[in-house]
Ligand binder design. Structure first.
Ligand code: SAH
Length: 348
C-alpha cells in the first residue's frame, strides 16, 4: 500500500493549493485537472507539463491508485468487464455497457460487502474496506481512457453497499456532475441500495435528482428476512415509507429490483402481494432472473414464472420490466468475476 496522496480525492481548490505548495502556478492545476478528467491518470503522459513536474507528481502522488488487471469483452453484446487492482493488492470490478443512448458504467463502492444477502456472489467473501472517492472515480476514468469516449450514465450497482460508504459516494456523484469534470447530469446517475433506511432519507435531502434503486427481492418481511439480513434491521413498511419520501422529495420514480428465485419469491401470489404493497406509489419494478452463485443454493425462476410474475404486476397497474441481461458470457453480473478470480488464485 502506498501512502501517496491521491489527486482524485482533491477538490479543484485543494489541487490548486497542493500545486502552490510545490511552487507551481495555478494554471498547472487547471492543466492537471483537465488531464485527469479526460481519463489520463498517468502523470508521465501529461505532455503539456514540464518533465520535472511530471516526475515530481509521479513520485509524490497517485491518481485513483488502480490499474486494469483484466478486461473481458462480451462477444454477444460488447459489454466490457473490468477487473481493477488497487494499490494495496485488493481487487474490485466494474462493467461498461453500451446502449443506444450512450455508455453506462456500473461501479463498485467497497472492497467486499457486509450486507450478507444470501444470493449474492460477494457475501461469502466478506467485507474488506470502503473505497475512497479517488478509487470510485478511478474506475470510471480508467474506462473513459480505455474506450476513448464519453460515458454518459453511471450506476452504483457493483460490489458493495453505497450507503455504507455514504460520504465518498455522495462526494463522487457531486464531482462527476461538475461541468469541468465528466459533466454527467444527476438524472443519469443511479444509486442502488439493499435498503438502509437512514441512508435513503439522508440521500433524499441532498438536493439532487439522482435515481434511487432499491433491492427489494421479496413481497413481505418473512421472505425478505430469509434472503437479506438487512430486512431484520429495517422492515418493509419502514423501507417503503422511506422510498415514498424519496420519490416525494426528488420527484424521481424509485426502482425496485426484484431477483426472481425459484420457489422462494416467484409465485403469482407473491406478485399479487407485491403489487398490493406498491399500489399508488411512484415506482417501477425491475425483474431479474437470479444469477446462480455456486453454493448459495438458489436457482433462477423458469421463463414462464418470470412471465407470469410480470403479467400480474402489469395487470395491477405497476410499471414493470424484465432486465435485459448483458455480458452473460463474461460473468458480468455483480461480483462474479472478482469471486472467480479469488477462488482460482486460492485467496479464499
Ligand atoms: N448493495 C447494493 C448494490 C450492489 S448489488 C444493493 O444491494 O442494491 C447490485 C444489485 O445486484 C442488487 O439489486 C442486488 O440485489 C443484485 N444481485 C446481487 N446478487 C445477485 C444475483 N446472484 N442475481 C441477481 N441479482 C443479484
Amino acid at each position: 500500500m502506498t501512502d501517496k496522496k491521491d489527486l482524485l480525492d482533491l477538490e479543484a481548490e485543494e489541487l490548486k493549493s497542493e500545486l502552490a505548495a510545490l511552487g507551481e502556478k495555478p494554471f498547472r492545476a487547471g492543466q492537471i485537472w483537465k488531464w485527469l478528467y479526460a481519463g489520463e491518470l498517468d502523470f508521465r503522459e501529461m505532455t503539456n507539463l514540464p518533465l520535472d513536474l511530471r516526475e515530481t507528481l509521479s513520485e509524490r502522488y497517485r491518481a485513483g491508485g488502480l490499474r486494469i488487471r483484466d478486461k473481458l469483452t462480451s462477444n454477444v453484446d460488447g459489454t466490457r468487464k473490468y477487473l481493477f487492482e488497487l494499490d494495496d493488492g485488493n481487487i474490485i470490478e466494474g462493467v461498461l455497457m453500451q446502449y443506444h443512448y450512450g455508455y453506462s458504467a456500473c461501479l463498485s463502492t467497497q472492497v467486499g460487502c457486509r450486507m450478507g444477502c444470501g444470493f449474492c456472489a460477494s457475501s461469502p467473501l466478506g467485507f474488506i474496506r470502503n473505497l475512497t472517492k479517488g478509487e470510485i472515480l478511478g474506475q470510471i476514468l480508467c474506462m473513459t481512457h480505455d474506450i476513448n469516449d464519453r460515458i454518459s450514465h453511471v450506476v452504483l450497482m457493483g460490489i458493495g453497499e453505497p450507503f455504507d460508504n455514504y460520504e465518498n459516494v455522495v462526494g463522487f456523484l457531486r464531482r462527476i456532475n461538475r461541468e469541468d469534470t465528466l459533466n454527467i447530469s444527476f438524472r443519469k446517475m443511479t444509486v442502488s441500495t439493499c435498503g438502509i433506511v437512514p441512508g435513503i432519507l439522508r440521500f433524499a435531502n441532498e438536493g439532487f435528482p439522482v435515481n434511487l434503486s432499491v433491492s427489494l427481492h421479496a413481497p413481505n418481511d418473512e421472505i425478505r428476512e430469509k434472503i437479506m439480513p438487512i430486512a431484520r434491521r429495517w422492515p418493509m413498511d419502514e423501507l417503503l415509507a422511506a422510498c415514498n419520501e424519496y420519490a416525494r422529495i426528488t420527484s424521481r420514480r424509485v426502482t425496485y429490483e426484484y431477483a426472481l428465485i425459484r420457489d422462494v419469491n416467484d409465485s403469482a401470489g407473491h406478485a399479487e402481494e407485491l403489487a398490493g404493497r406498491l399500489k399508488y406509489t411512484l415506482c417501477h419494478v425491475n425483474l431479474i432472473p437470479v444469477n446462480r452463485v455456486e453454493g448459495a443454493g438458489y436457482d433462477r425462476s423458469s421463463r414462464e414464472r418470470v412471465e407470469t410474475f410480470r403479467a400480474v404486476l402489469e395487470r395491477k397497474g405497476i410499471a414493470v420490466t424484465v432486465r435485459r441481461e448483458l455480458g452473460t458470457d463474461i460473468m458480468a453480473a455483480c461480483g462474479q468475476l472478482r469471486r472467480d478470480t479469488l477462488l482460482r488464485s486460492g485467496k479464499v
